[in-house]
Design a protein around this ligand. Structure first.
Ligand code: ADP
Length: 630
């Protein structure tokens, strides 16, 4: 019988398949099983309108068999089947437009394998593992059965054959093993079971296979049992994915178990989120907020992404495009029948659909987090402990593009409430006349609490947000304001509302001018300015940064990029009401040399309080000792 030739594009695709890397080859089974499932779907659908079919959904199956001697894997279905024309049209060519598109998308070889891994290329993928394929099929309603045979690129034959019953058998003859590629492994029962569970677990028809089992021999004494093996047909797939079941029908325990198994996490998820959408794109999503921070979460090893299914068939294990960077902690699955497995139906289409799904998922996660914040504060605080930092990173990222969607999800420690609060809560408690949101950055709440600069605000009962994470200041700089209230650092900015002291300080500035000038001259370029403080109460000095870079930012940036050190402006503030100031003032007239030492001592103290390194630590100790011995 003369062989018919494949179309040119098909040949190119076959080459691609055959040369694909081994790890991707195993998806052939997923492709063949998906085709079988589609064929069952088609006949099942026909049965709805045509009584003559005489079958219902539960009558369909997909059978899997491996024959080690013949080295074949057979996948049989009792679906719609194919006649001679179908075989030639469906298996003889690949839709020309689709394969052209495919070639365009694929480009170089590195990308080839990715496309195969993610979307597969249908029936042809069987040639990755087979050197010969026989397809026997009888179409529903036809009398004759047909046999299609091919050994790959050199063409195929079609001839009439015998076949009981409607449906299709795909018989794949595996290639010989090589040193690198052990195709024979696909004949092993465990391997087939594993592949079905991994890729085709949620196919809606039973995938059956005869497997070996062992059981206790009958009449055996319990203390000395004997076992025998026997063979039995098992359904390998669990059929109905948990995300296809309505949320009300699934217990929390079932969700927890699913999450733990699927994502290998010991800790149960904190929140379970379900989405069911119909419209521009139809899909279901089952999402989880982990109950613990994955150990590598804040490292570059952590890979974000959701599992992507099309009608219960796994397409991609971690699809990064489905989840926004700031919600990268979310795990879960998305299943959409609109994402066809066949790449010939245009990759660009997928892209658009994925974007729609991703946008809806982002919205949903945000809504769920707001709900948690409102209804379960403790739960939200736990969540925030794990992933709050990621939200703050999200505010800073992409030049603040996502700040509006994230700012009301943030928590900061409050000086007055002694617990984490939202910006909304802060703003609602602001005093009459208070114009700005005060914050104070530092190592931890304890050390911030002792900062001399915040004493005044604390005494007047003004709420201050304590920033203990490096990203905090970057985040508020990016936000600039919240509900029209600007953020202001207690350390770096002016304090407007501390009341009475303000005027005193201003008045004092005039007569104190010579002292301030003396100190500035003594310190030279180390400080940009020396001024009378409006915020100090019981402490003699503090350091304030100028516009822009704060001290906490300086510390952070110098820690992460030590090769290009940065320096915030240093403004030394002196408490003119403090006895130390009076002593300094006296010394200037009586003993200017000692007064210079005082100036430098005060500056060093200000550096220490700000947590900044001293310019000259040993000079500082010499100075202290020198004054002690006076
Ligand atoms: P796709 O399934 O994405 O269309 P394939 O190359 O896998 O691409 O299959 C081509 C066509 O062959 C299918 O669309 C279907 O019409 C037909 N086909 C494949 N396998 C079967 C089967 N088991 N039963 C009936 N038809 C099948």
């Amino acid at each position: 019988m003369a062989k018919k030739q494949f179309k040119a594009e098909s040949k190119r695709l076959l080459d691609l398949m055959v040369n694909s890397i081994y790890t991707h080859k195993e998806i052939f089974l997923r492709e063949i099983i998906s085709n079988a499932s589609d064929a069952c779907d088609k006949l099942c659908y026909k049965a709805l309108t045509d009584d003559a079919v005489g079958m219902t959904r539960k009558d369909f199956y997909i059978d899997l068999a491996a024959d080690k001697d013949a080295r074949t894997i057979t996948v049989s279905d009792n679906g719609i089947g194919m006649d001679k024309t179908d075989l030639e049209n469906n298996l003889g060519i690949i839709a020309a437009s689709g394969s052209l598109q495919f070639k365009k998308d694929v480009g170089d070889d590195a990308k080839d394998t990715d496309v195969i891994g993610q979307f597969g290329v249908g029936f042809y993928s069987a040639f990755m593992v087979s050197d010969h394929i026989t397809v026997r099929s009888r179409k529903y309603g036809a009398d004759a059965a047909w046999e299609w045979q091919s050994s790959g690129a050199d063409g195929y034959t079609v001839a009439e054959c015998e076949k009981e019953g409607v449906g299709t058998d795909i018989i794949m003859h595996l290639k010989p093993d090589t040193d690198d590629e052990k195709y024979g492994e696909f004949l092993e029962e465990w391997k087939l079971q594993d592949l079905v569970r991994r890729y085709s677990d949620y196919i809606r028809f039973p995938i059956r296979m005869e497997v070996s089992k062992s059981r206790k021999k009958e009449g055996n004494p319990d203390d000395k049992p004997e076992y025998e093996t026997y063979r039995e047909v098992d359904t390998l797939n669990s059929m109905v994915p948990i995300w296809q079941r309505p949320k009300s029908k699934v217990t929390r325990e079932e969700y927890d178990k699913f999450y733990r198994d699927k994502f290998s996490d010991y800790t149960a998820p904190q929140e379970v989120i379900t989405v069911a959408a119909e419209g521009a794109v139809t899909y279901k999503a089952l999402l989880f907020i982990p109950g613990a921070t994955p150990f590598d979460f804040y490292s570059k090893d952590y890979e974000k992404g959701l599992q992507l299914y099309s009608n219960g068939v796994l397409i991609m294990d971690k699809c990064p495009d489905l989840v926004a960077e700031h919600f990268r902690f979310v795990r879960g699955v998305v299943d959409s029948p609109d994402l066809s497995l066949n790449i010939s139906r245009e990759m660009l289409q997928h892209d658009r659909q994925l974007k729609i799904i991703a946008a809806a998922i982002e919205k949903k996660i945000r809504a769920e987090l707001l709900k948690l914040l409102k209804e379960n504060r403790e739960g939200y605080e736990t969540f925030f402990k794990h992933f709050g930092r990621q939200l703050k990173f999200g505010v800073v990222a992409d030049y603040g593009a996502h700040k509006d969607a994230l700012s009301d999800l943030l928590l900061f420690w409050s000086s007055t409430e002694k617990k984490p609060v939202t910006l909304d809560e802060y703003v609602s408690r602001m005093k009459d006349g208070q114009k700005v949101i005060y914050y104070a950055p530092g190592e931890n709440a304890g050390s911030i609490d002792k900062l001399p600069q915040i004493e005044g605000l604390k005494d007047s009962g003004t709420e201050i947000l304590y920033f203990t994470e490096e990203v905090d200041e970057f985040a508020v700089q990016m936000m600039h304001s919240y509900k029209d209230k600007e953020f202001r650092s207690v350390l770096d900015g002016e304090i407007e509302d501390s009341g009475e002291k303000k005027e005193d300080a201003k008045d004092g500035a005039g007569e104190n001018e010579p002292v301030l000038k003396f100190v500035k001259d003594a310190l030279g370029d180390a400080v940009r300015e020396v001024r009378a403080s409006k915020k100090l109460k019981s402490h003699p000095v503090c350091l304030t940064a100028g516009e822009g870079l704060s001290f906490e930012m300086e510390k952070y940036l110098n820690a992460v990029q030590s090769d290009q050190p940065v320096k915030a402006d240093r403004i030394l503030e002196l408490n003119t009401a403090h006895p130390a100031f009076a002593a300094l003032s006296r010394a200037i007239t009586e003993d200017p040399e000692t007064a210079k030492k005082y100036a430098s001592l005060l500056y060093d103290q200000a550096l220490l309080i700000a947590g900044l390194p001293l310019d000259d630590p040993s000079g500082y100790t010499d100075l202290v000792c020198g004054l002690l011995l006076k």
